[in-house]
Design a protein around this ligand. Structure first.
Ligand SMILES: [Zn+2]
Length: 225
């Protein structure tokens, strides 16, 4: 009997990495103790972990990864192709930590337009962070279908104009966790914080999957915040 079977006698089939499609090798401790792991060590190793913490509008903010080409491709596959199972790969190694840190919170996902939800069949931020097993309240909705990527930097600053606050009673006096997949200019998150504050929650924290660092200068500025 191989040592893998000794450790994991009920799971005889080799799991397949959801990113590269290769069988997962039992070559690191995490995989040994998590037999249903979704990503191989090699693919996860390509995700550049930032795990940066700072404050946005006085709200504790945590950003997990740099928006690298590997993260970008996986997010794209998840969002555009509706590759629902891929959501697991981003949090594979962090889930227990995140569930502990954000226990007792209600999740407010960054809104996507109802039209793109209909095309994809799901709201990506909501689905991505559903794994935290926290109640999800779609308290911020998009009132216009203008996609952020089609807008200029100036236009992005105005994004708050296209958001509206709803379900106020479900976040009032609650610990709110605002989540999004990619942080680019910060306009979405900043607009969301402003609106959520109007509902008088007990506290607000921010959790973002990845952040785009534009250049070296930006990296330095980012470190200082
Ligand atoms: Zn892989």
């Amino acid at each position: 009997m191989r040592w893998k079977e000794l450790l994991n006698p009920l799971d005889i089939k080799t799991p397949i990495c959801k990113v590269c499609g290769n069988p997962i090798k039992y070559d690191n401790f995490h995989i040994l103790f998590h037999p249903n792991t979704s990503i191989c060590g090699s693919c996860y190793g390509k995700f550049e972990i930032l795990d940066e913490r700072y404050k946005l509008q006085n709200c504790p903010t945590r950003i997990l990864f740099r928006y690298s080409s590997e993260i970008k491709n996986s997010i794209y596959q998840f969002k555009a192709n509706g590759d629902y199972e891929l959501r697991e790969v981003f949090f594979e190694y962090l889930l227990n930590d995140l569930r502990f840190e954000y226990r007792d919170h209600v999740v407010v996902p960054a809104p996507s337009s109802p039209e793109s939800d209909a095309i994809r069949g799901f709201n990506h931020a909501e689905e991505l962070f559903a794994q935290l097993n926290l109640p999800i309240v779609k308290a911020i909705i998009k009132t216009s279908n203008r996609e952020q990527k089609e807008q200029s930097m100036e236009g992005r600053k105005e994004i708050g104009k296209y958001f509206a606050l709803t379900k106020i009673n479900k976040i009032r006096n609650k610990k709110v966790l605002i989540v999004d997949d990619v942080y680019t200019s910060g306009s979405t998150i900043n607009a969301m914080i402003k609106l959520v504050k109007k509902a008088h929650p007990k506290s607000i924290k921010i959790l973002i999957l990845s952040k785009q660092l534009h250049n070296q200068e930006d990296r330095i500025k980012y470190k200082r915040n």
